[in-house]
Design a binder for this molecule. Structure first.
Ligand SMILES: Cc1cc2nc3c(=O)[nH]c(=O)nc-3n(C[C@H](O)[C@H](O)[C@H](O)COP(=O)(O)OP(=O)(O)OC[C@H]3O[C@@H](n4cnc5c(N)ncnc54)[C@H](O)[C@@H]3O)c2cc1C
Length: 501
């Protein structure tokens, strides 16, 4: 009978018929974390093989905006050139709050202390940062500028704990999608260092001895199971699990309902996490996810106010779009509308055909059209207009920069309800690891031979309400590098040869 291999069950060492190939370090996934792990491991002199299920490198990172969340140390050269100072303390305070309940203090400390060096390293890999700042509210730069406000830095409660500074460092490229620029450069760098890449190669299951010490893995290459031995260790960098409906049902049912459209390259099937769990790896924050229904650009959208189906506000609208989305999702039935008057009326650039659920010459008409309880929306707008006149939002602390009374008819309500504007997103939970990459079991002990980084782990970004653009590429690249260095420094298990997979 032909054996079947699945991520949830390790192949026992005794069942390996032969090794098809050997390498020091075996990396699963050629996205941001995998590429950075491979570069560091190869730079340290290890032989490295990367398995990638797709036909080329990149993963979600190649589809991304190419923003890294960086700062501290007085400011990166890009921040300084734009006139922003950024202390390590402020950077760490921001990251601590954005990590939410269960924040990993050690990881935050390492990242805040090391971000400036990491920025230099990214430059050394050839990633271009032009060094100019693009003011306003953006998802990613549409110009070739390389610094933006990419989180909730200027918005309450973040602005109350850390001096704001823009930290979204995007690779230089005219228009959106700089992730492709980054991944092409990192992949070329890795291959130039002698890293072997196998494409159309799906990691199926880990190979482990009876104590769950990882020895390698089984991969499907050319339609056949291949047994690849890892003399120093396996690093799982296979992304998250937003594409795996069964895992979402079990671990993140809110994400299943909320993030209807996965924001990924399509291979985030949780195979990396399941492989780690199969040998006793613990998981954390599996219910957490990033989701968005982008409202800005243009900036004008931020001058509107969100109400739920009780006609009540629920958030400061100047917060990061992902934080706003998570607040929308937890309103009754996930229903919310953005109210705008004629003076500020606009549509989101990313949703130009957004459903305008109600229009009226008065807020009473809009309230009636939306079928909201009589007087509630009208009361909310009246209170908001009074706060805007007074220059203070005592309820949600929206910055006065974004507040103006909504008094010029006609008035409109833009629908952010699930049926009109589905959210997109990805998961944030994953394997529990040391910042240096070791996968930990339920007792907090390292699983021998197993390491992980990126969205396969529960890393720096672990709270949807605190997410900022750039944290995922920042986390994946920074901790991917650490994992690569950690594994390369391990003694190699005895071997006969070093063959290509
Ligand atoms: C449109 C978009 C914009 C984004 N913008 C940003 C941004 O500007 N900044 C930011 O920080 N984040 C951004 N993100 C999120 C970010 O891209 C991801 O969170 C990040 O790439 C995760 O890194 P990773 O290395 O864990 O996974 P990936 O980069 O997705 O790499 C994982 C790789 O593993 C491969 N793989 C999976 N399973 C297997 C298997 N069994 N065997 C072999 N290979 C496997 C996948 O094919 C993939 O290539 C964006 C995402 C999208 C889609």
């Amino acid at each position: 009978m032909t054996a079947t291999y699945t991520p949830g069950t390790p192949c026992r060492l005794a069942d390996v018929p032969h090794w098809d190939a050997e390498t020091d370090v075996l990396v699963v996934g050629f996205g941001i974390a995998g590429a950075c792990a491979a570069i560091e491991a190869a730079s340290a002199g290890a032989s490295v093989t990367v398995l990638e299920v797709a036909s080329t490198w990149g993963g979600s990172a190649a589809l991304s905006g190419g923003e890294f969340y960086l700062g501290g140390g007085g400011g990166t050269p890009v921040q300084q050139a734009a006139g922003f100072e950024d202390s390590t303390e402020d950077f760490a305070s921001y990251l601590r709050l954005s990590g939410g309940p269960g924040v990993d203090e050690e990881r935050v400390g390492l990242y805040a202390e090391g971000a400036l060096d990491h920025f230099r390293w990214l430059q050394e890999q050839g990633i271009p940062f032009k060094g100019t700042f693009l003011p306003g509210k953006w998802l990613e730069p549409m110009t070739d500028d390389t610094l933006i406000w990419s989180g909730s830095e200027m918005a309450w409660p973040f602005s109350a704990v850390a001096k704001p500074a823009p930290r979204g460092h995007a690779a230089q490229m005219e228009g959106m999608g700089a992730g492709k620029v980054i991944m092409d450069l990192l992949a070329e760098r890795a291959l130039g260092l002698g890293v072997r890449a196998e494409f159309d190669a799906r990691a199926l299951s880990l190979v482990a001895d009876t104590d769950n010490a990882v020895q390698g893995l089984v991969a499907r290459i050319d339609g056949q199971p291949r047994f690849i031995r890892a003399r120093k260790g396996v690093i799982l960098c296979a992304g998250g699990f937003i594409c795996n409906q069964e895992m979402l049902r079990r671990f993140a049912p809110e994400a299943l309902v909320a993030a209807e459209v996965p924001t990924t390259g399509g291979n985030d099937d949780g195979s990396g996490i399941r492989m780690g769990m199969s040998v006793g790896g613990a998981v954390s924050h599996m219910h957490e996810f990033f989701a968005t229904k982008p409202l800005f650009p243009p900036d004008n959208m931020v001058r509107g106010i969100f109400v739920n189906q009780r006609g009540q506000r629920f958030i400061n609208e100047d917060a990061y779009h992902g934080r706003i989305c998570r607040y929308i999702l937890r309103q009754p039935e996930g229903r919310a509308w953005l109210l705008m008057d004629n003076a500020i009326f606009a549509r989101p650039d990313f949703r130009p055909d957004i459903d305008i659920a109600a229009v009226g010459e008065s807020w009473e008409e809009v309230e009636t059209d939306l079928g909201l309880p009589a007087g509630e929306l009208v009361h909310t707008v009246e209170r908001y207009n009074a706060y805007a006149e007074a220059g203070e939002d005592p309820l949600f602390h929206k910055h006065t920069q974004w507040m103006q009374p909504l008094v010029e008819p006609p008035f409109a309500a833009l629908s952010f309800c699930p049926e009109d504007y589905p959210a997109t997103g990805f998961t944030l939970g994953g394997l529990t690891t040391q910042p240096t990459g070791e996968v930990l079991d339920v007792d907090g002990q390292p699983v021998p031979g197993l390491y992980a980084a990126g969205r396969t782990t529960c890393g720096l970004p672990r709270w949807g309400e605190g997410y900022s653009s750039g944290i995922s590429l920042g986390d994946g690249s920074f901790f991917g590098r650490l994992a690569g260095r950690t594994v390369a420094a391990r003694p190699a298990a005895d071997s006969d040869s070093d063959q290509a997979a």
